[in-house]
Design a protein around this ligand. Sequence first.
Ligand code: TPP
Ligand code: SF4
Length: 481
Amino acid sequence: MTTTTITTTTTTTTITKGKPSTFYETFERKAGKDKLTTHYCPGCGHGRVHKLVAEALEEMGLGDRTIFISPVGCSVFAYYYMNTGNVQAPHGRAPAVGTGLARARQDSIVISYQGDGDLAAIGTAEIVHAANRGENMTVFFINNAIYGMTGGQMAPTTMVGQKTLTSPYGRDAATEGYPMRMSELIATLEAPVYVERVSCTDVKNIHKCRKAIRKALQLQVERKGFSFVEILSTCPTNWKMNPQDSIKWIQEVMEPYYKPGVYKDKTAEAKPLPKSAPITDPDELRRILGLEKGKTEAKTRASIGERRIKIAGFGGQGALTAGAMLATAGMNEGLQVTWLPSYGPEMRGGTANCSVIISDKRIGSPLVMRPDVLIAMNRPSLDAFEQEVAPGGMIIVNSSMIDRKVSRSDIKAVYVPFTELAAGLGLKAAANTVAVGAFLAQEPLFDRERIFEVLRTSFKKKEAVETNIRAVDEGFNFGRT
Ligand SMILES: Cc1ncc(C[n+]2csc(CCOP(=O)(O)OP(=O)(O)O)c2C)c(N)n1
Ligand code: SF4
């Protein structure tokens, strides 16, 4: 953040402006010109809360120590914005991930940032038990009374009478129960040290929200345990309102039911949690994790090094399944493998890709930033990932669906008509299996029989197994030529 002092002949004014350094310099999620735009809708409360959290972290000097856990929901992409450590947790599981982080990295500041679908529906058990254990973490609970990302379904926090996609006549307490007051519920537990509900609406309330965020973080710095800040937040898109009306709706409809206020504050009497000594002896760690020395090393074989593969296509093309096939076959071969799927949360135009690593050594991270091999199943995937391929690497192109050549000259390009070859077998859906065959022709990491084994366990119908085996062979034979 930068401050500018403006002095005139009569006054001196200091203006704080710009982004805090706990935000990234540019936001790469949206490829807008200025790279300062987030993916949030105009008037969305998430943006306001992100700013308050980022400012607090900067001003408290906590940026370098913070691990921000993004949930599933509209804020799934918080890691594009927060210049902190970042972990993205499965839906509802942020408090469980936070528990591990808070215990293993006791000097870190762990933030579990969660929407109401995430926290009060699928993750109800996780949040209640993490709170009950008094984990040393801070939870920011964004209550916008609806499922935002998935298009506005009813959440546990939806108001009685509120119309949503799944309560088109308005929530009826007789059949759907009452809106859940999570702050009140969490405050009944013994362990939490601080629980407050604030409302991120007008200047006064935003100020209260800022204070609550800071207080919760400060308590974590002092290792006083679990704190929970619920923030009433706008979702103009799914409420079908403009941003101004959505603020009014919080004030007039949400606040009378979800009363802002402090529900628990044990700041004065809470004692700092003791720190446990970290385990530094690797043998002790192995014993605790149940790993015998060397047990997970790959069996002796010709070294294949570490092969990093990305398979990308549109949703439904089977890119993720192709990756899972390779990873499972590699695992059955006794190799180290990882498989990391990735698909966009956008409601339209879904793409899917997965990262697969197959190695004869332990794999440090499942992320593939510079693939050795890219399997591009459609044109947008080639456009998106061509430049990421490591120099000397390879792209296997689905020439049935991609109408251009690979433009780089420092990598090998192999063109195989996955979709046509699969269609020739009467099963267009097996294009991904053709891709696996083509890959093995170029990268003989293991025998095709390993893939056949996977196919035999994946499909119940003999016919499907046989067609897919033929698809592997088709891809393999074409890929060799
Ligand atoms: C296990 C699982 N179940 C369901 C989903 C689908 N899903 C994705 S986001 C979401 C709701 C998110 O709503 P909320 O937590 O309120 O966050 P918001 O989008 O409003 O910020 C759901 C149901 C999922 N991704 N994973
Ligand atoms: S759908 Fe709602 S919660 Fe999601 S970004 Fe848009 S306004 Fe925000």
